[in-house]
Design a protein around this ligand. Structure first.
Ligand SMILES: Nc1ncnc2c1ncn2[C@@H]1O[C@H](COP(=O)(O)OP(=O)(O)OP(=O)(O)O)[C@@H](O)[C@H]1O
Ligand SMILES: O=P(O)(O)OC[C@H]1O[C@H](OP(=O)(O)OP(=O)(O)O)[C@H](O)[C@@H]1O
Ligand SMILES: [Mg+2]
Length: 281
């Protein structure tokens, strides 16, 4: 059985469980359940703290796990990113009082509070900056006001927490993060992991793409297909009216309206958009 670690709490927990359900797996009903078997799909789920998941995967006691890219890098575990999952997006950034620090170079000699001390130490070292990294468990933004740090390095999503603490981000993001499927660094090829990967890719594609159908005069097919090239190649079928064709192609969901406008412009009509429930690409 493939052993998969899933976040039991925090920002990544609910979307991870939703994604696994959409991929056809059983998920726990009671949030206190720590292990769940899904024998029909040959997998076993372990609900663990997101910060610990890379440690379990790196040690090889589980075969795969869902965690944040930032948490993976901070763990220093022998685990690698296998598939980005497209949710749980965040940036990881430095922030300070605007009148105090405005560049990474200025951090030299200062104190930086963070829950991600490995990530931050590595980043500072890469920039040749020597600073005192103060490791905190959370609520890092208060560290400046309370006087134990000059700078914070933390997850920034909307920026509301930073603003509330009177801090402003500076420098380029240390990291752009999202939820990722991870596997042990030295994992042998596994058909179980391949199946999980294909299923999750199917969910990602079903979210990111729609199916678009339209009719178009035969002499405009080439121009229309240039607008909707699809993933492989669009399906073109004859219509009863001989000088018209029907086209079906996958289109990025966030481009749907722009594509419909462009198709209409070249003469396509009866443009229909359908959600994709599931797919294997
Ligand atoms: N708004 C957010 N706040 C915190 N983490 C976020 C946010 N959005 C995405 N994430 C990601 O979630 C992961 C952190 O999850 P974790 O469960 O440790 O913290 P949390 O969601 O802040 O929960 P907790 O309340 O336990 O601190 C990281 O990968 C982080 O990038
Ligand atoms: O940019 P924002 O949208 O404000 O979100 C980012 C904040 O959310 C998280 O904190 P959380 O609420 O998890 O508390 P914690 O610091 O104790 O983990 C994170 O650590 C930031 O503080
Ligand atoms: Mg948090």
């Amino acid at each position: 059985m493939l052993r998969i670690a899933v976040p039991n709490k925090g920002s990544l927990s609910e979307p991870a469980v939703t994604m696994l359900k959409e991929a056809g797996y059983r998920q726990r009903r009671d949030p206190r359940e720590l292990v769940l078997q899904d024998p029909d799909n040959g997998v076993e789920f372990f609900f663990l703290r997101p910060r610990d998941i890379a440690v379990y995967v790196g040690s090889g006691t589980v075969d795969a796990g869902i965690t944040g890219r930032d948490l993976l890098l901070d763990s220093g575990a022998d685990a690698v990113e296998h598939l980005p999952l497209g949710f749980g997006g965040s940036t990881f950034r430095y922030a300070a009082r605007a009148d105090r620090v405005t560049s990474v170079a200025q951090i030299d000699g200062l104190r930086v509070a963070t829950s991600y001390s490995v990530l931050v130490s590595d980043h500072l070292a890469a920039h040749g900056v020597a600073a005192d990294v103060v490791r905190l468990d959370g609520a890092v933004e208060s560290a400046v006001q309370l006087g134990i740090a000059d700078v914070v390095a933390d997850v920034v999503s909307t920026g509301t927490t930073l603003r509330g603490a009177g801090l402003e981000v500076f420098g380029d993001p240390i990291l752009i993060s999202e939820a990722v499927l991870i596997r042990p660094k030295e994992a042998p090829p596994s058909s179980g992991l391949d199946t999980l990967t294909r299923r999750l890719q199917g969910v990602i594609v079903a979210h990111e793409y729609v199916l678009m159908d339209y009719d178009v005069p035969v002499d405009k097919v080439e121009r229309a297909i240039a607008i909707t090239p699809g993933l492989e190649s669009p399906t073109v079928s004859p219509l009863h009216k001989r000088d018209w064709a029907a086209v079906r192609a996958m289109v990025r969901r966030d481009e749907t309206n722009r594509v419909m406008d462009d198709l209409y412009g070249v003469g396509a009509r009866a443009i229909l958009v359908t959600s994709i429930h599931a797919c294997r690409i």
